[in-house]
Design a protein around this ligand. Structure first.
Ligand code: SAM
Ligand code: SF4
Length: 343
């Protein structure tokens, strides 16, 4: 099927009742993982010897579209495609093209989180199907640190990808995980580099998800500390900008750019949670830091009632995550890696 015929597929207007959880939070944001695989092995995300799911377990493009459409019909207005690395899935643009038919018809925003390594190949197609902005994860500009942190990646490829995306008119935001041993000293340089290129940056605290080789206690760098350090050289003032996500934003007077802080550990933000996450095998996770899930693949392959399954699942959405990193050697809060749900 070509991109054009996919775009002519019928729309589904938001007709169903909104999805509201037991704490009165309306679900308007779906993060959709299209693969658990990745071409990098970031040390805080994956273990060195990850095993990946057989491709036959994955939802196909039609099934992913079916679930996404059901969410849109129930009021989801933003979908973020993620992974693993979403751009390593062979038919990722077919999947996104299918979902893009809802843009302006219930769906406000179709976007992507990527490590950027495949962006030179995909940027033009992403812009063509209506993606306006993407998040690129980048924790360092230093080639050696990047290679060590990602276990073999080349930062130059990511920088080329960012440039390609910008030249296609895509607005970029950088996501950077703050890591005491790897990039603590470099964070101001990364922010200044990005702001000079009209790229906003969001800093993220490392979360204890999945077994990895490193001790997360050694990696964890509270953003309260980063904020205080930045204020020694820069003037940070609160910025009202909201993206519907958990970040709180500040404006850096010296660079003119915007800086977000995502602080799941040092400051919880679950009261305003509006999101759920679907894995590439159709498992719906109701909270990033908890284990409650629902098997939507079984529902759609078994001919079950997807709407009823959504209601049942959202009715079990936990109130809050329970992340903390306060001593060496702690077990992760949840056994699954971040790469299963894509952040
Ligand atoms: N591969 C894509 C990427 O790196 O952007 C998408 C998936 S990745 C799992 C999504 C985001 O989660 C990235 O920004 C990554 O840095 C972040 N991440 C991965 N593991 C994390 C962890 N344990 N704590 C905090 N952020 C993490
Ligand atoms: Fe891959 Fe993204 Fe995880 Fe890094 S953070 S290993 S790029 S999924």
């Amino acid at each position: 099927m070509t991109a054009t015929t996919l775009l002519q597929a019928p729309n589904i207007a938001p007709t169903g009742a909104p999805l509201v959880d037991p704490y009165g939070r309306t679900i308007s944001y779906l993060r959709l993982s299209v693969t658990d695989r990745c071409d990098l092995r970031c040390t805080y995300c994956m273990s060195e010897k990850m095993t990946f799911l057989p491709k036959s377990d994955l939802l196909d493009a039609e099934e992913l579209d079916h679930v996404a459409s059901a969410f849109i019909a129930r009021g989801v207005r933003k979908i973020r495609i993620t992974g693993g690395e979403p751009l390593v899935r062979r038919n990722v643009t077919e999947i996104m093209t299918r979902i893009s038919r809802h843009l302006g018809q219930g769906l406000d925003d179709l976007t992507l989180t990527t490590n950027g390594t495949q962006l030179t190949k995909h940027a033009a197609q992403l812009a063509k199907i209506g993606v306006r902005r993407i998040n690129v994860s980048l924790d360092t500009l230093d080639p050696e640190t990047f290679a060590r942190l990602t276990r073999g990646g080349r930062v130059a490829r990511v920088l080329e990808g960012i440039a390609a995306a910008q030249s296609e008119g895509l607005k970029i935001k950088l996501n950077c995980v703050a890591l005491r041993q790897d990039n603590a000293k470099e964070i101001p340089t990364l922010i200044a580099w990005a702001h000079k290129r009209d790229i906003d940056v969001t800093l993220i605290e490392a979360m204890p998800m999945g077994e990895i080789e490193a001790d997360r206690f050694d990696q964890y760098l509270p953003l309260t500390e980063v904020h205080a350090n930045l204020e020694r050289d820069w003037t940070l003032t609160r910025d009202d900008h909201r993206t519907g996500g958990p970040a709180e934003y500040w404006r850096v007077a010296e660079t003119g750019g915007r800086l977000g802080f995502i602080t799941p550990l040092s400051h919880k933000f679950c009261g305003a949670c509006n999101r759920v996450r679907l894995t590439c095998t159709g498992k719906l996770f109701l909270c990033l830091g908890q284990t409650e899930d629902a098997d939507l693949r079984a529902v759609i392959r078994g001919g079950g009632d997807l709407n009823a399954a959504l209601d049942e699942a959202i009715g079990r959405k936990p109130e809050a995550h329970d992340f903390h990193i306060d001593a060496p050697g702690q077990a992760p809060a949840v056994a699954r890696h971040m790469s299963m749900t894509g952040g």
